[in-house]
Design a protein around this ligand. Structure first.
Ligand code: SF4
Length: 238
């Protein structure tokens, strides 16, 4: 298979190709979803903050203990620091993460009466909450479409030739213009799942990739099907 080139691609051609890739990814990963477990917006906000520099699986293991001790912002804001540090200890950076949770919970209690606000502009004013976290919470806990530009998403959209933007906010807007808003949250899941399972940072499994036909970066990793298949992860590593 020869890699496609995007040099002569029209804006309409780009939209069509981008949506085709997303449709194929949707068929490939019908179970794609947020890989962090949560029961409500507060839990998702907290576990997303905790997922920095660690894996979703580790965060999912800590979650039951954390929320049985501190089920809401009020309880978490009043938490014993040493106890909280002990719970989040397995995730690394336990002092910084404990500090982040205490500040975040206190801000929710003081400014939002203990509720997570369902607005991007308000979420990003909370301590430790950036656009990426805010979009995860909006899209998955509130059903408000959001594009999550994490490390996988950023790498794949550039490999796909959807945009050359490296700035996450500019990338978010560039990709938002290619897809209907209602598709943004699931698009994020499809792309991130593909990044975790097939299109790895160091050695993408190009020879086993379902969207290779439409990818200008085909050949970045091994194209031999047998070699490529060995690189595919059936479950995300994080
Ligand atoms: S695995 Fe290869 S062909 Fe597939 S999306 Fe990534 S770079 Fe493109």
């Amino acid at each position: 298979m020869r890699a496609i080139t995007t040099e002569a691609e029209t804006p309409t051609g780009l939209v069509r190709r981008a949506r085709k890739i997303d449709r194929v990814l949707a068929q490939t990963y019908p179970d794609a979803k947020c890989e962090l477990d949560f029961d409500n917006p507060f839990e998702l906000l907290v576990v997303t903050v905790l997922s920095a520099q660690t894996t979703d699986k580790r965060v999912n293991l800590v979650r039951p203990t954390l929320f049985s001790a501190y089920p809401d912002p009020k309880a978490m804001a009043a938490a014993d620091r040493a106890h909280l540090e002990q719970i989040v200890g397995p995730l690394g950076f336990f002092r910084a993460k404990t500090e982040a949770l205490l500040k975040l919970s206190a801000a929710l209690v003081e400014r939002y009466d203990g509720e997570v606000p369902p607005k991007l502009e308000e979420l990003v004013t909370l301590p430790g909450v950036g656009r990426k976290t805010a979009n995860v919470v909006l899209g998955n806990a509130f059903g408000i479409p959001g594009i999550t530009v994490d490390t996988h998403f950023g790498r794949l959209i550039r490999r796909f030739g959807w945009t050359e933007e490296t700035d996450p906010v500019k990338a978010e807007h560039a990709i938002g213009a290619l897809f209907p808003k209602r598709d943004w949250t699931m698009l994020s899941h499809h792309v991130i799942w593909h990044g975790r399972r097939v299109c790895h940072a160091k050695k993408p499994a190009c020879g086993a990739c379902p969207v290779a036909r439409w990818c200008p970066a085909y050949g970045t990793g091994p194209i031999d099907p047998v070699e490529a298949e060995k690189l595919v992860r059936t479950e995300g590593p994080n």
